[in-house]
Structure formats: C-alpha cells, structure tokens
Design a protein. Structure first.
Length: 142
C-alpha cells in the first residue's frame, strides 16, 4: 500500500512539472503574440504615414516610409511564425510519460495489494465458516 502512495506522489510531482513546463511555453508564446501585436500596430501607423506622405509629397519620404513599413511587417510575420509553431517541450512530454507510468503502477499496486491481502483473509473466513457451520445449522460436525 505504501508503494501505491509513493507512485501517486511521483505522479503528482510529474504532473506539477508538466504543468510548469506548459505554463512556461504558454508564457513564451504569449510574449511573441504581444510582439506581433505591437509590430502589427506599428505597421498600421506607418501605413497611415505612408499614405499621408504619398498625398503630400511625390517620392522623397515615401520610399523611406515604405522601407520602415516592410521592416515592421516582416518583424510581425516572424513573431506570428514563432508564436504559432507548436513546440511542446521535451520536458513536458517526459513528465507526462512519468506521470502515466506512475499512475499505471499505482493502480496495479493497489489491485495486487488488495488481492495479496484479501487472499489470507478469505482463507481465514473460510476456516471460520467451516468451524461454525455445524453450530449455525444446529447440527453436529461430522
């Protein structure tokens, strides 16, 4: 029975490590999404400046504004790419595997512990019933 609790404790620790790794990966992904949002907003602002410069001037400042716009869009695209890729951490997968093995072992240990301890109890109950059966039936033991 102690082995069962030990395995359940190991499974709980593995689950804690898995959740910690998953939270860390989610935080990193959210940081990249935030970066993509900032770059997208900057690209939107620059687009407005570009349109304004096109209306105001012919070509001088427009080319430089377009270069800044393209740079912002490329940066936003890189951030979206980095945020959207699914890089489940190896540590998270290892922790989940340890948790699954520990829970399987705990379940098997609990069942085997019950059957190991139930066997002698059933034998003792059988002996007691055999000894008491004649008295319960009101007769003599043959």
């Amino acid at each position: 029975m102690l082995r069962t609790f030990s395995l359940v404790g190991m499974a709980a620790q593995a689950e804690g490590r898995r959740l910690k790794a998953k939270a860390s990966a989610t935080g990193t992904r959210m940081a990249f999404y935030a970066g993509a949002g900032v770059m997208g907003l900057a690209a939107f602002v620059v687009l407005h400046f570009v349109l304004w410069f096109i209306a105001r001037n012919s070509f001088g400042t427009v080319v430089s504004s377009l270069l800044v716009l393209v740079f912002d869009l490329v940066l936003a695209g890189i951030c979206v790419f980095l945020a959207s890729r699914d890089n489940s951490a190896r540590e998270e997968m290892e922790a989940q595997a340890v948790r699954n093995v520990a829970l399987t072992g705990a379940a098997q240990s609990a069942v085997s512990g019950f059957t190991t301890q139930a066997g002698p109890l059933m034998a003792l109950a059988g002996i007691a019933i055999a000894a008491l059966w004649p008295k319960l039936r009101g007769g003599r033991r043959v």
